[in-house]
Write a protein that binds this ligand. Structure first.
Ligand SMILES: [Zn+2]
Length: 206
């Protein structure tokens, strides 16, 4: 198994997270958070859009924790908004590809659309970073997205799930693919001691 200290996030994903955080928190907000976790080097200097290692995953997890600490009780909602913005950024970056997918999606059932977009997320993540282990479980009553290498909660401990940013991204992906709002619940979280983080999509509409 990968030593957590060796896990990295690629530049493109760091960039995506920083652009999205700046969109939601403003420039002063993102700068304050970067300073508080010793990542000053990214202030006015977001990494390029490539797949070279950007930061240690453990630092990315600290960055997430800092946003939660910064906003207190509002932190969860803030992180969800950043997660939504992050998915939108990803769609924008992959414009042509997602345009084609969007047209094909119109012909599919709600369930097929959800499976399609979540598998696309898994594939996009794996393509940019071979360390990632993520999958979609389509067999149960509810479709669920899993990641056993979740970057948000690496090294963190909590009695409650903490991957609110991920919840926002999964929810926005499902909304993008179906045109409907589905509740997303993080039922398992590595920070709680589970083997993976699991994000369950609410009951599929007809
Ligand atoms: Zn988690």
């Amino acid at each position: 198994m990968l030593d957590p200290e060796d896990a990295v996030i690629v530049n493109a994903l760091v960039r995506q997270a920083l652009v999205s955080t700046q969109e939601v928190m403003g420039e002063n907000g993102v700068n304050a958070v970067l300073r508080s976790v010793g990542l000053e080097r990214f202030i006015d200097n977001f990494p390029p859009n490539d797949t070279r290692p950007g930061i240690k995953t453990i630092d990315y997890a600290r960055f997430n924790q800092a946003i939660e600490d910064f906003y207190g009780r509002a932190g969860k909602g803030m992180l969800r908004r950043i997660g939504k913005a992050s998915f939108q950024y990803g769609v924008h970056e992959q414009g042509a590809l997602m345009g084609v997918a969007g047209a094909a999606l119109k012909l599919m059932s709600q369930k097929a659309r959800i499976k399609f977009v979540l598998n696309a997320m898994v594939n996009a993540l794996k393509k940019t970073n071979p360390q990632v282990d993520a999958w979609v479980d389509e067999a149960g009553d509810n479709i669920a997205y899993y990641e056993s290498t979740c970057a948000i909660c690496l090294g963190r401990h909590s009695s409650e799930p903490v991957c609110h940013l991920y919840v926002g991204s999964v929810g926005e992906a499902v909304r993008w693919a179906t045109g409907e709002e589905y509740g997303i619940i993080e039922t398992h979280c590595i920070a709680k001691g589970d083997k993976y983080c699991r994000f369950e999509v609410g009951e599929v509409k007809a």
